[in-house]
Design a protein around this ligand. Structure first.
Ligand SMILES: [Zn+2]
Length: 308
């Protein structure tokens, strides 16, 4: 590879990194349709509880006959079951679509950028079966579809429990409403954590697959230059690894991890620039530690807050 080619290749790998960031951002935006369904379901449940149960609330207790009470509770529980099944279906379908596209786009972005950089370079296409395997891969014995099912079942059980407590006089309308909103809030947070972590995982796995299929030998760990980067990711930032190293760190290394293990053309290769995520500027290549020192950055997770 001559100097000119190297320069060209650099530009394209930087392009691959930008594409990778773009693929992630687009994926996360698409998850919003899930949140709007969750918000509607919360409103619907509170509305039906209001109409069927809270109308019988007088002073500080529920005044309702056993028959009517049972009827109302059955109706609310049936609604909760139905809405949770709809949410599970929607979330599984939406995330399956998003993650499938992420895997294919990430793989193509790798080939596209490296292919543009090297004249005559042809990369092999991602296989459909590989993409399916990447999406459904298990981490710690469960994949994201299993986790979504568990989260939804937990939400369903806790919603029913809150409403049952109200019926039994163990709660108040205010307390029930507060707790139901809280449960939905926790569920939305689970969805976001899962979507972000899974998107990062699928991107990482697509890079791995590209490396395997196309003879890439070396990878570079790139974390994010800002004040939220985890201790582990700060430590690995700027280190290179053999593709076949069984101990190499493959992101995501923790929930919400934003690091990547980027395919690079050869040992010792580094981009000349990178993005400073605090200022949104392009800065000369340096590792996290050097960047942090130079800019006096205080990391919100790993640096003790100074007193005063
Ligand atoms: Zn990380």
């Amino acid at each position: 590879m001559d100097k000119e080619q190297k320069k060209e290749l650099e530009a394209y790998i930087v392009l691959a990194l930008i594409l990778s960031g773009g693929i992630y951002e687009i994926a996360i935006k698409r998850v919003k349709s899930i949140y709007s369904k969750q918000a509607k379901d919360l409103d619907k449940i509170l509305e039906v509880v209001g109409g069927k149960i809270l109308t019988s609330w007088a002073e500080d207790r529920l005044v309702i006959s056993a028959t009517k009470g049972k009827e109302a509770l059955d109706e609310v529980n049936t609604l909760v079951t139905k809405l949770m099944a709809e949410e599970l279906k929607l979330e599984t379908k939406t995330l399956t679509d998003i993650l499938g596209e992420v895997a294919a786009e990430q793989y193509t972005a790798q080939g596209y950028s490296i292919g543009l950089g090297l004249k005559g370079y042809k990369y092999s296409d991602a296989k459909l079966k590989t993409i399916e395997e990447i999406i459904s891969e298990r981490v710690d014995g469960m994949n994201w579809i299993n986790r979504t099912g568990v989260n939804k079942a937990q939400l369903e059980a806790s919603l029913k429990d809150e409403i049952a407590k109200l019926m039994k006089g163990e709660s108040t309308p205010e307390k029930m409403t507060r707790n139901v909103k809280k449960q939905f809030g926790m569920s939305a947070f689970d969805t976001e954590r899962l979507a972000r972590t899974e998107t990062a995982r699928v991107q990482g796995r697509a890079n791995e697959e590209f490396a395997k299929e196309n003879g890439v030998e070396t990878q570079l760990f790139i974390a994010t230059l800002d004040n939220r980067t985890s201790n582990t990711c700060q430590h690995f930032d700027g280190q290179e690894f053999d593709v076949n190293d069984p101990n190499k760190p493959i992101p995501p290394l923790h929930p919400f991890c934003r690091s990547i293990l980027s395919n690079i053309p050869e040992r010792g290769w580094r981009p000349t620039t990178r993005r400073d995520n605090l200022t949104n500027d392009t800065v000369a290549w340096q590792d996290y530690e050097a960047w942090k020192k130079e800019n006096g950055v205080v990391n919100i997770y790993t640096d003790k807050k100074s007193k005063g």
